[in-house]
Design a binder for this molecule. Structure first.
Ligand SMILES: [Zn+2]
Length: 484
């Protein structure tokens, strides 16, 4: 690689993602939380950011990593991450010259933290001087958005979007159009259309500037439209000069920047012009925050609970100590009902894993209808032959055992939720602390523990995802609440 091929630009871009957790069985990990590759937090991720390096003078690009963050992710952490990337690039002899981001509020904050100003768009990180560049395609969209709502004024001139609308309305009905590319999406872009760069660049283009000029000359538009025309022509050139991609383009300002006199002169004039610009009739302070490429990404759907793929090692240890100091009856009655229903499900699954007379007897021993098992009773598909139909009502010791497992699960979940092998470590905690003695020596204790942990994790994730749907971004929390 030649020295000049090693010069690169670091870019970061983000897109909004739908807050959603899911449990990855294969890796036994909860996905969907804030994760910057260094640590994971209990906050659901709402943004996915990609960091990419790309050659400044040659055409190569390399994604370096991606980060899942939330609105609360600190800029200090972003800065630390950046430093890591710059040092990593340096270690393979790649020379970072500039950083490119859009003008999202977090990046504005980052630029401030890095000490970047209009006068001095440079910061030092990892012993390097690096230029901070705001993404031109994003800037051009921001200008267009401002033009839609407000007027830009300078000297005795101003812009007025209505002239572009008037021109479009006449032009669109002609057989031979001046600006055949323009559509309604250019003139009155919707929320998603506003994110497309081309709808902005094709309006702020030489074609539209030339068309407006023609209409003014032919008295199709008033003299007052001159400001709008000049503004459009200026931004067409400004965008071109920052967006050169071909060596020999047909447009003069789209030539690669090489410091030619016409280029320097244009940029110097541009600086003066931009400093003169004022925004009036600001009904709304526009910034670029609405450009969160709002892609609602369904990370994954939660699949049905199944134990088959859980990679938990076989435990041969017999659980010998009995359950004590734990009474599920302390729960409120409606909860006791739901709780018993779940216990019935668990023992039913255990019977599928191993069945004998002793186990069947244990699983159905409780045939008394009381306030705490009404739900099991009513929920039974058919209770013609027994009070609880096919649903199981196991021995009291089983309820207490599961209740104790619940307590252990909830006292551990917060610490372990974002850790690797979440299911396995919760299983170990449950196994370590509690146990009960089943009358059958072949009772599948381990299977029960694994199933219980799965089921509980499933509920936490399901409740959290439900919470994300109904709450604003800031208030989204992972719901670690006891109770079904
Ligand atoms: Zn058995």
């Amino acid at each position: 690689m030649r020295e000049e091929d090693k010069m690169c630009v670091l870019c970061i871009d983000e897109l909004a993602i739908k807050a959603n957790l899911f449990y990855n069985y294969g890796r036994d990990t909860v996905r969907g939380v804030e994760d910057d590759g260094i640590s994971r937090s209990l906050t659901p991720a709402s943004t996915a950011a990609v960091i990419m390096a790309r050659g400044l003078k040659s055409n190569w690009k390399q994604p370096l990593g991606y980060v899942f963050t939330s609105t609360t992710y600190s800029v200090v952490k972003t800065k630390d991450l950046l430093e890591k990337f710059i040092i990593a690039l340096d270690s393979v002899d790649l020379n970072t010259i500039a950083l490119v981001t859009d003008m999202g509020s977090n990046f504005m904050e980052l630029s401030k933290l890095l000490g970047v100003t209009k006068e001095k768009p440079v910061f030092t990180l990892g012993n390097k001087e690096i230029f901070y560049v705001f993404d031109p395609p994003h800037l051009v969209k921001a200008v267009r958005n401002n033009m839609l709502l407000n007027s830009f004024c300078w000297d005795d001139k101003k812009t007025c979007w209505q002239y572009i609308v008037d021109f479009y309305n006449r032009d669109k009905n002609l057989t031979n159009r001046c600006a055949p590319r323009l559509t309604n999406a250019h003139i009155a872009p919707g929320k998603f259309e506003k994110m497309r760069v081309k709808y902005a660049t094709q309006v702020l283009s030489a074609t539209v500037a030339g068309s407006l000029h023609t209409y003014i000359e032919l008295k199709g538009l008033p003299e007052d439209a001159t400001g709008t025309m000049e503004f459009v022509a200026f931004f067409d050139k400004l965008f071109d000069i920052f967006n050169s991609s071909k060596l020999y383009p047909c447009k003069q300002y789209a030539k690669p920047f090489s410091g030619q006199p016409f280029q320097i002169e244009f940029l110097q004039n541009a600086l003066e012009f931009l400093q003169k610009l004022k925004v009036i009739n600001a009904r709304e302070q526009m910034n670029c925050m609405e450009d969160f490429d709002q892609l609602l990404l369904n990370l994954s759907e939660f699949r049905e609970v199944s134990v088959a793929s859980l990679e938990i090692e076989e435990a041969a240890n017999k659980l010998s100590f009995a359950v004590n100091n734990c009474d599920y009856h302390t729960q409120p009655l409606p909860e006791q009902n739901a709780f018993k229903y779940v216990c019935g499900y668990l023992i039913h699954k255990c019977l599928q894993a191993h069945k004998c007379d002793v186990c069947t007897q244990f699983a159905t021993v409780n045939q008394q209808l009381d306030d705490s098992n009404l739900f099991v009773h009513y929920k039974a598909y058919s209770n013609e032959y027994s009070l609880f139909g096919g649903l199981k009502t196991p021995h009291e010791s089983f309820y207490n055992y599961i209740y104790l497992l619940e307590k252990v699960f909830f006292s551990n979940i917060e610490d372990k939720f974002v850790q690797p092998r979440v299911g396995y470590s919760l299983y170990l905690s449950c196994k370590e602390i509690v146990g009960f003695t089943h009358p059958c020596t072949s009772f599948p204790y381990d299977y029960l523990l694994q199933l219980f942990v799965r089921l509980r994790l499933f509920y936490v994730i399901k409740n959290s995802n439900r919470n994300f749907k109904n709450t604003s971004k800031k208030n989204r929390k992972i719901c670690i609440l006891m109770g079904l």
